[in-house]
Design a protein around this ligand. Structure first.
Ligand SMILES: [Mg+2]
Length: 246
């Protein structure tokens, strides 16, 4: 755990990013993609699993994770002969079903995240979420992760609904306006140095960078977080020892 500068008690609210903060988006996505490719091969796709998985990763990188035709694109790339004698829609459906089944099974918060959010729900802090992405997908994650009961219902914000996206500092400003909170009493916990930490620093929040895994773990932002942690147990210690949260 690393800290850079002082803080302004009392803390009134703590907000969280979702992806690669509450759960390992990176590991989860990898498992779901592999399961999808395996299912497509079992259904008749004639392709090397490694090659098909690489094409799927490339399609997602090129067309974004929110594009709806990933598996169709993979078949386009692998060519007609990869599904000769089969209806391609059935192979695509096998991929989609396996992907979603994995999603149901694997989407879980880290144990320390569950335990510490539960602990936080017994404190007087407002417990919020500020998340970027497609609203319904991000909302669905909160339900599937089974942490909704620990959060403050009025403090859940998705960028599409607020009208500002990360890393625009106005996103974070608007959230606090809505809740009538001051930034010097608020903490943001996120994994992305440029989209989570820099804008919140700009707005005068206390920032906590979680650096555990995920695609942003090796990146650096323009500014330093107030604190850096590896898991939520460190967050709890920090809140107890430095902010007097009980
Ligand atoms: Mg994130």
């Amino acid at each position: 755990m690393r800290s850079t500068h002082g803080v302004t008690p009392p803390v009134q609210a703590i907000f969280f990013d979702i992806d690669d903060t509450l759960f390992s988006t990176t590991v989860f996505a990898d498992k779901a993609r592999r399961a999808a490719v395996d299912a497509m091969v079992r259904t008749g796709l004639q392709a090397d699993r490694v090659e098909a998985t690489r094409e799927l990763d490339d399609v997602i990188a090129e067309f974004s994770s929110n594009y709806s035709g990933h598996f169709d694109k993979v078949l386009d790339r692998l060519g007609q002969e990869s599904f000769a004698g089969h209806n391609r829609a059935v192979i695509v459906a096998a991929g989609v079903v396996a992907y979603h089944a994995t999603k149901w099974r694997e989407l879980k918060v880290y144990d320390d995240v569950y335990e510490v959010l539960k602990w936080l729900s017994g404190t007087s802090l407002v417990r919020g979420v500020i998340s970027a992405g497609i609203t319904i997908k991000q909302a669905e994650k909160l339900i599937r992760l089974e942490v909704l009961e620990f959060l403050t219902p009025s403090a859940i914000f998705f960028t599409d609904q607020v009208g500002f996206s990360k890393p625009n500092p106005k996103l974070y400003r608007r959230v606090l306006q809505r809740l009538k909170l001051e930034p010097q009493h608020c903490i943001y916990v996120g994994d992305n140095p440029t989209h989570d930490i820099d804008p919140c620093n700009h707005e005068g929040w206390t920032t906590v960078r979680i650096r555990r895994s995920g695609r942003h773990s090796a990146e650096e932002g323009a500014t330093q977080p107030t604190h850096e942690i590896r898991d939520f147990y460190e967050l709890r210690r920090l809140l107890q020892d430095e902010y007097g949260v009980r």
